[in-house]
Design a protein around this ligand. Structure first.
Ligand code: PEP
Ligand code: MG
Length: 583
């Protein structure tokens, strides 16, 4: 019963038969065209271009209506690529001069686009090459008369398996027929992955050689929570899996029923449960009363979903939408955090030997201050309509915070001079991700209004373990005693300075860990939308004294195992409280 481990992109469980999507033809035929037939090939090319432009227009409209303007924009970009007269002329020239068939000439263009990009480094550049050639692939397939997606070829509900997840493939899925999506290529941030997540379809990517191991209609189990795919599972495994699925449903119902209740402990201590947002689409995935605001708006994803830097006006509109949607709840806008694995297709960053330790987050935006200024202008303008707070990523020193404050004040004065309305006070916070920030925290706290701990990065920098490196993933341990103690150190320093602190890394989504944070003195946690009901539930079922006891026990732990065992005991207590397994 082989298992394949990939990157979990969208959570959820699924069991079903596989439908393999062969989204690329294996070969493109080549033939020589007689002189008198050349015009016929040019006409075929023109007809295919027209058909694909029409198809993209229709797709754009469907997506605009179902998921919004922003997702639909990619189709407009693809249409614009096909309008480019230079590329069309290049293909026509090849038809005339080389007297080849149209599909071959289009394939030659696709190859040359890839070649131009292959000299450059970086996954995002390769993805950009894919994006630029994607509409031409549609033209080629139109000429070959192939159904590029072939999704509709399957019958009934299926687990879709593909080499890669293009936005086209995801957008045109009949959602109710797709149990899960598996792909060989891709990362958490690819277009297709972003869409799958927003559609709520369990999805695992980064499964090299998967297709070679699958057969059409083979049965598989997909665990989108941890990124595990089991091929041809045995009866017992399937039974266990179905039971888990059943428990999940029961638990979801139980939790949903109380998810609008305030997150207050039985002895009256409130902990704000906030939401992490990666996209505007996430807004539709949870009832607004199940959260106490947005604790982390990862703005780089808003940038990543575009083909160029969003203008001040674009950003203002996006932040306004979030602020309006949250109906008076605070919205923490994180300043652009690019670099490392988060690259923008239109912003060429230098190749670095050690990107996690390189040009990232505030290190980039303090150098490219025009980016920072545009973003701060948009966020400050949105602050006139609701509570916007600003959060600075990757801070390691006082100087960085002072410089951001200077830029913020200058942007504010400029806006006021220009007659814009801006909130009187916009809180400025920092992310605690870099160990040096923990060491100088008492001094930093004199300069900021709040802090939010980014445990995803803090763990990698504290333990010197790359968060994206599979070779050391066993060493990436958020429950290492060093992490537990540093988290307490941060909460204690914040309490002494009277500065509220929160945690917005993945750790905050773990209910038992969130309770330990409550016991340490954290005022809030912020997690992805699907964790909100559970987090509210556990706070409502734990006294502050119990949470403090948990925190103290963890402080005494000397090994990760001791931390894990104490958290497991806490989970067992929570299981008993909710009455169904699985919290
Ligand atoms: C973190 O580092 O914990 C965090 C929330 O930021 P990101 O995961 O976006 O780096
Ligand atoms: Mg981070």
């Amino acid at each position: 019963m082989p298992e394949v481990k990939g990157i979990p992109v969208a959570p959820g469980l699924a069991f079903g038969r596989v439908h393999i999507v062969r989204s690329r033809p294996d070969s493109v035929p080549l033939w020589t065209v007689p002189g008198e037939a050349v015009q016929g090939e040019i006409d075929r090319l023109g007809a295919a271009l027209d058909a694909v432009r029409d198809q993209l227009g229709r797709q754009q409209e469907i997506v605009r209506r179902t998921t919004g303007e922003q997702d639909a924009a990619i189709f407009a970009v693809h249409r614009a690529i096909l309008e480019d007269p230079t590329a069309v002329a290049q293909v026509e020239r090849r038809l005339r001069e080389e007297r080849v068939n149209a599909e071959w000439a289009v394939q030659a263009l696709i190859d040359s686009l890839h070649k131009q990009m292959s000299g450059l480094d970086g996954d995002s550049v390769r993805r950009y090459a894919e994006d630029v050639s994607e509409p031409w692939v549609l033209v080629r397939d139109q000429l070959l008369d192939r159904d590029a997606e072939q999704v509709s070829a399957g019958q009934g509900k299926v687990v879709l398996a593909a080499a890669e997840l293009t936005p086209q493939v995801v957008t045109f899925l009949e959602r109710e027929r797709v149990l899960a999506i598996l792909t060989e290529a891709g990362g958490r941030f690819s277009h297709g992955a972003v869409l799958a997540r927003s559609f709520g379809i369990p999805c695992v990517v980064g499964l090299p050689n998967l297709l070679a191991r699958l057969e059409q209609d083979m049965q598989v189990l997909v665990d989108g929570d941890v990124g595990l795919v089991t091929l041809r599972p045995g009866v017992e495994t399937v039974d266990e899996f179905l039971e888990r699925q059943q428990q999940r449903r029961a638990r979801k119902l139980a939790l949903d029923a109380v998810s609008g209740e305030p997150a207050v402990t039985p002895d009256g201590h409130a902990m704000a449960i906030q939401v992490n947002l990666e996209s505007i689409r996430d807004l539709g995935t949870f009832p607004v009363q199940t959260c106490d605001g947005v604790g982390l708006l990862r703005t780089e994803f808003l940038y990543m979903e575009r083909s160029q830097f969003p203008s001040e006006e674009d950003q203002y509109r996006l932040y306004r939408r979030v602020v309006d949607h949250m109906e008076g709840r605070p919205v923490v806008v994180r300043v652009l955090d690019i670099g490392g694995d988060k690259q923008l297709p239109y912003f060429q960053m230098p190749a670095e030997n050690n990107p996690a330790l390189g040009w990232r987050g505030i290190r980039v935006t303090l150098e490219w201050q025009d980016l920072l200024r545009v973003q701060l202008r948009a966020a400050l303008r949105a602050s006139a309509h609701g509570e916007v707070r600003l959060l600075v990523p990757m801070v390691g020193s006082l100087e960085q915070v002072r410089r951001v404050r200077e830029v913020l004040e200058s942007v504010r004065s400029q806006l006021v001079e220009q007659g814009y309305e801006v909130a009187d006070r916009v809180l400025l916070g920092i992310m605690i991700e870099v160990p040096s920030a923990v060491v100088v925290l008492p001094d930093l706290l004199e300069l900021v209004d709040f802090v939010s701990v980014g445990t995803n990065d803090l763990v990698q920098y504290l333990l010197a373990v790359d968060r994206d490196n599979a070779f050391v993933s066993g060493l990436y341990d958020p429950h290492h005693p060093a992490v537990v103690r540093v988290l307490q150190q941060i909460a204690t320093a914040c309490a002494a300075a009277g500065v509220p602190c929160s945690v917005c890394g993945e750790l905050a989504g773990d209910p038992a860990a969130a309770l330990s944070l409550l016991g340490m003195g954290y005022a809030s946690v912020s997690a992805a939308p699907n964790f909100l009901p559970e987090l509210r539930f556990v706070v409502r079922n734990t006294t502050l004294a119990e949470a403090q006891q948990l925190a103290q026990d963890l402080q005494r732990a000397r090994t990760s195992r001791e931390v894990h065992m104490r958290l497991a005991a806490e989970r067992r207590r929570l299981h008993r409280a909710v009455g169904v397994e699985g919290v």
